[in-house]
Design a protein around this ligand. Structure first.
Ligand code: ASP
Ligand code: MG
Length: 404
């Protein structure tokens, strides 16, 4: 079998961890498999690098940001390849560029365009264990790009697809995908399987266990993912296509996201093309907009509120200043002390009353709702961020997720 494995930052946090991962990899190699490993930066290295930038400048520029953040993974691939060789196996480390990973040019949020696998295949044919730097690639001008925080998962899935791997294993520090973040919900239960669609919603809604783009790629190419712990041999959660018969439960999981900010525009003229101008400006700056709410119109003016990732807030506020006169709104407010809590479940589409149950559970805990949005298989609302833990626990109970 050809196996692609990804080890996250906590699995390679120090020398001891790196040696443990090396021995796990070599055991799989001894079982007769071909192995391609993707690794993240050690522990909190990437956070540390971001903090360092903040001490140096407010305007790092995205190209230089990628140049810096990509170094974290270069450290871990080299050390892991050394540890594997130390165990008597042939191994080679490769940066994204050396592995033939080409992306578009959107620095800090690049998307993989193609992977030229010739070198990878040659090295595999020579029997080597290949260790590839996650989260990075090369654009067509020859500059290093990164795929967005947590992007190593996407590197792994993209490599698995390009190499036509038999399986893609995502190793992390938890046993799999849980009904809610086990760090804040003690009754959270590990799921044995979850559908791509539910996982995609959970990943977008703040569950940090998988990078959303990796789930999207896996779904499009129908490649199952096995999310499991690198600290034990337990089997984890399989993310795959699940047919409707199996989707008996209404709510599969609860997600929360503290990295959210809301911007509200007031007295926006009610005429065609206005929303387009606002959201076009955000799109051109590559800012992902999540919830959008336009309230009932009065006197030909509207209020529009939307949410974005908190890390995009300062860029978005600058943009609002620059389009204010052209768009014609009178003023704006913003709030980054909010959290988004969401319930996700494929069974929701066919079961009425789910929203009422959600809002009821929150009301009983005196939690005020700010914005609300829904899709076929999820309901999200924003609340004050200091009530997020309470909200997630209340919803976990309401939908009996501890009894899975
Ligand atoms: N090291 C990068 C990050 O921390 C990429 C990753 O871990 O997947 O975001
Ligand atoms: Mg990481």
């Amino acid at each position: 079998m050809l196996i692609v494995q990804k080890y996250g930052g906590s699995s390679v946090a120090d020398a001891q961890c790196i040696k443990r991962v090396a021995s796990r990899i070599t055991k799989n190699k001894n079982e007769g498999h071909e192995i391609v490993v993707v690794v993240s930066a050690m522990g909190d290295t990437t956070d540390y690098l971001v903090d360092l930038v903040n001490e140096v400048t407010e305007n790092p520029g995205e190209r230089e940001m990628d140049m810096l953040l990509s170094t974290g993974e270069q450290v871990s691939i080299a050390l892991l390849a050394m540890a594997v060789k130390d165990l008597g196996f042939d191994s080679i480390s490769m940066t994204g560029a050396q592995a033939g990973i080409y992306t578009d040019s959107v620095h800090t949020k690049a998307r993989i365009k193609e992977i030229q696998c010739d070198r990878l295949r040659d090295e595999l044919a020579m029997g080597k264990i290949i260790i590839v730097a996650g989260f990075q690639g090369l654009n067509h001008s020859g500059d290093i790009t990164t795929l967005g925080r947590g992007g190593s998962d996407t590197t792994a899935v993209a490599l698995a697809i390009a190499l036509d791997a038999d399986i893609c294993e995502i190793f992390t520090d938890v046993d799999g995908v849980y009904t809610a973040d086990p760090r804040i919900v003690s009754e959270a239960v590990k799921l044995d399987t979850i559908s791509y669609d539910e996982m995609l919603e959970l990943a977008h809604l703040g569950a940090q266990v998988l990078h959303p783009r990796s789930v999207e790629l896996a779904k499009i190419n129908n490649i199952p993912l096995h999310v499991r712990s690198s600290f034990n041999l337990n089997s984890g959660t399989i993310v795959k296509e699940v047919d409707n018969m199996e989707q008996a439960v209404v709510v599969t999981g609860i997600a929360h996201d503290l990295n959210v900010a809301r911007i509200s525009l007031f007295d926006v003229p009610d005429k065609p093309g206005i929303a387009w101008k606002v959201f076009q400006a955000l799109a051109e700056a590559h800012i992902n907009v999540d919830m959008i709410i336009q309230s009932a119109m009065e006197d030909n003016i509207n209020d529009i509120s939307f949410t974005i990732g908190a890390s995009d807030l300062s860029i978005a506020l600058n943009l609002m200043d620059s389009i204010k006169n052209d768009v014609g709104f009178s003023r704006y407010t913003w709030d980054d002390s909010i959290a988004k809590v969401s319930i996700v479940g494929a069974g929701m589409a066919t079961n009425p009353g789910v929203a009422a149950r959600m809002f009821g559970a929150l009301a009983k805990n005196n939690i005020n709702l700010d914005m609300i949005s829904t899709s076929e298989i999820k309901i999200s609302c924003t609340i004050n961020n200091n009530q997020a833990v309470e909200a997630v626990n209340a919803l976990h109970k309401e939908f009996n997720l501890d009894k899975n």
